[in-house]
Write a protein that binds this ligand. Structure first.
Ligand SMILES: CSC[C@H]1O[C@H](OP(=O)(O)O)[C@H](O)[C@@H]1O
Length: 362
């Protein structure tokens, strides 16, 4: 079942339609992507975002490239490399492009290349949908256990950024267990980190949960630690953009500080992901994962609904102030209670990951 009225993206003829996430929650708008360059721009300017959706848009971007190049593989490969480098941290992007190119290599004619690209892109986003359903079920078992320990009292869950159906087709990763908990009738309440500087929590997670009638409260990013000290957080569930083979987790900037606070307060800290988010090529997340640096303007300005009713930006720092904008941080494996995947819950260490995902080792 799709949580929203639509998926975050869908095909219409030979175009890819995406929900414009830069306009939510104030305006529901879609964009039509007709070329691979459109796909690159949509990923770069964050019209679409979230590891899984970036991967799906990249896959459809390769399909659009196949149409543009009339099935000429050499030309498709050049355009695919541009898609592959649109953003650096979420590994689903590289994974999806590489998977697309690999299947295209075995197609025998330009027509077959186009048909294969079409089929494989659909398969990638359909697999995300199935995976997110399973992630929801496994993650919900954790919530159910806590609900039982609390004698059926409300389970308070903290999440950071947006890892719902706008981020991974069709129920997300971190939010999937919450949707499942609602379906199973478990009483939950979600603390939503606003997630400065781009406010994916305030703009997107609050919107998604509101649309699905899941009780939630928006908090400033620095509130989580105090709530944990007060015993008001039963568990944290976050998404991720890349997990190394040793279980280090790259996720939206601020995740590491939440994990530290959770550790200090014995609050379980779970990371939810589809297997396409593992990067078995790297081990040490801090040393080896490239962290995206974005425009300083995202820190210096805030976007929101102006009194005029238009979406606009206001400056929040002196005109001469410089700013630095790292998009992600790395939470070391030792702070992670477990990885909620489509195959089950896995400890965040190399032995457990390799044993649950032996197919990723080759
Ligand atoms: C399912 S991953 C969601 C993930 O995406 C976010 O990054 P961005 O909004 O910059 O694409 C963030 O790391 C979330 O946890």
């Amino acid at each position: 079942m799709s949580e929203g009225k639509y998926r975050a993206l869908w095909l219409e003829g030979e175009s890819l339609i995406v929900i414009d996430q830069t306009k939510l929650p104030f305006s529901y708008e879609t964009k039509r992507l007709t070329t691979s360059t459109d796909a690159v721009h949509a990923i770069k300017d964050m019209t679409v975002r979230g590891a899984g959706v970036i991967g799906s848009v990249a896959a459809f971007g390769v399909y659009l490239a196949a149409l543009e190049c009339q099935g000429n593989l050499e030309k498709i490969e050049i355009l695919a490399q541009r898609i592959r480098s649109a953003r650096p941290t979420a590994v689903n992007l590289m994974w999806a492009v590489d998977r697309m190119l690999k299947v295209l290599e075995s197609a025998n004619s330009p027509q077959e290349i186009i048909a294969t690209a079409h089929q494989e892109a659909i398969a990638i986003s359909d697999e995300d949908a199935l995976g997110s359903q399973k992630i929801g079920e496994f993650g919900c078992d954790v919530i159910a256990k806590i609900a039982e320990q609390k004698g059926g009292k409300t389970v308070n869950i903290l999440t950071h950024c947006n890892a719902g159906w706008l981020a991974i087709v069709d129920r997300g990763s971190a939010l999937a267990p919450m949707y499942e908990a609602r379906d199973r009738g478990i009483d939950i309440h979600v603390w939503v980190d606003e997630t400065r500087p781009r406010n994916q929590g305030a703009n997107l997670t609050a919107w998604e949960l509101g649309q699905s009638q899941i009780p939630h409260t928006l908090i400033a990013d620095n509130t989580g630690g105090l709530l944990m000290q007060y015993g008001k957080v039963d568990l944290c569930i976050v998404g991720t953009d890349r997990v190394t083979r040793s279980g280090d987790v790259a996720n939206k900037i601020g995740t590491y500080l939440k994990a530290l606070a959770a550790y200090d307060n014995q609050v379980p800290f779970y990371v939810a992901l589809p297997s396409s988010t593992f990067d078995m090529q790297v081990s040490d997340g801090v040393k080896e994962i490239e962290i995206e640096t974005r425009s300083a303007d995202e820190v210096l300005y805030m976007q929101g609904l102006l009194a005029s009713g238009d979406i606009g930006q206001v400056r929040v720092a002196p005109i001469e102030t410089p700013a630095l904008n790292y998009g992600f941080d790395v939470t070391p494996a030792r702070l992670v209670t477990g990885l909620i995947t489509e195959r089950g819950i896995c400890a965040a260490n190399e032995a457990a990951i390799s044993s649950m995902f032996p197919d990723l080792l080759s």
